[in-house]
Design a protein around this ligand. Structure first.
Ligand SMILES: [Mg+2]
Length: 202
C-alpha cells in the first residue's frame, strides 16, 4: 500500500466506485433519446463501443443532440440501478471498507444534485462520500471500480499501488485494459477481500 494511502487509511481500505456504467445504467436512457430522435430502437447490449449514439450508427451531430436531450430534469434521478449494485455496496460497507462514489458530472443544470439524490436514496451513500470528480486520478483510494479503461489507466498511473478493476460491459469488452474484470456481486467481493487482505498482511 502506498505510504500516503496507508497514512490516511491504516485499517479501512478505501474503495472508489464509479457510478455510470457501474451502479447506474447510462446506456438505456441514452438509447431512449436515440429512439426519440431517430425512431430506431436499440437495446443495452447492442452497444459495443464507448460512445453510445456513435455505437448505434448516429452521426456526431446526432450524437451531440442525443446527449443534449439527456440534460433534462429527472433523467439522472430516475436512473435504473444495475442488478446487484446496492447489494455489492452494502457487502463492502459491512466489511468495514470505506466506500466512496466517484462520478464525473454529465452536462446540464440538473445532473449533479440529482446524482447526489440518487446515490443517497438508492445506493445508501452519505453526502460526504460522494465525489463529483472530472479527474478520477486526483482521488486517493486503494481500489477503483470502473467501466472505463481510460479512467482506470489514468488512475493506476497516478496511484501505482492502487488496484483497478473493470466492470465488464459489452461496450468495454474490446478495451485494452489488462487488469482484472469482475462482475458486481460475489465475484467482485471475493476479489476485493483477497486483494485487500493480501495488501494489508502480505
Ligand atoms: Mg463510468
Amino acid at each position: 500500500m502506498s505510504r500516503i494511502v496507508h497514512a490516511i487509511l491504516p485499517d479501512h481500505p478505501r474503495i472508489l466506485v464509479d457510478c455510470d456504467g457501474v451502479l447506474a445504467d447510462f446506456v438505456t436512457p441514452c438509447l431512449e433519446k436515440v429512439f426519440a430522435l431517430t425512431g430506431k430502437r436499440f437495446h443495452h447490449d447492442d452497444v459495443k463501443e464507448w460512445e453510445v449514439p456513435i455505437a448505434v450508427g448516429l452521426t456526431p451531430e446526432q450524437s451531440a443532440a442525443v446527449y443534449k436531450a439527456m440534460e433534462v430534469k429527472g433523467l439522472c434521478r430516475n436512473a435504473q440501478a444495475y442488478p446487484g449494485a446496492r447489494d455489492t455496496l452494502d457487502w463492502m460497507r459491512k466489511r468495514g471498507y470505506e466506500v466512496l462514489a466517484v462520478t464525473k458530472p454529465f452536462g446540464g443544470e440538473h445532473w449533479v444534485h440529482e446524482r447526489d439524490a440518487w446515490l443517497i436514496a438508492e445506493m445508501g451513500f452519505h453526502k460526504h462520500e460522494i465525489q463529483h470528480a472530472r479527474m478520477k486520478e486526483a482521488v486517493v483510494g486503494d481500489v477503483l471500480i470502473e467501466d472505463s479503461g481510460e479512467n482506470l489507466r489514468k488512475w493506476v498511473a497516478a496511484m501505482p499501488e492502487g488496484k483497478g478493476v473493470m466492470i465488464p460491459r459489452e461496450y468495454n469488452a474490446a478495451d485494452a485494459w489488462t487488469g482484472p474484470r469482475k462482475s458486481l456481486g460475489r465475484d467482485l467481493i471475493e476479489w476485493l477481500d483477497w486483494e485487500l487482505a493480501h495488501r494489508r498482511y502480505g
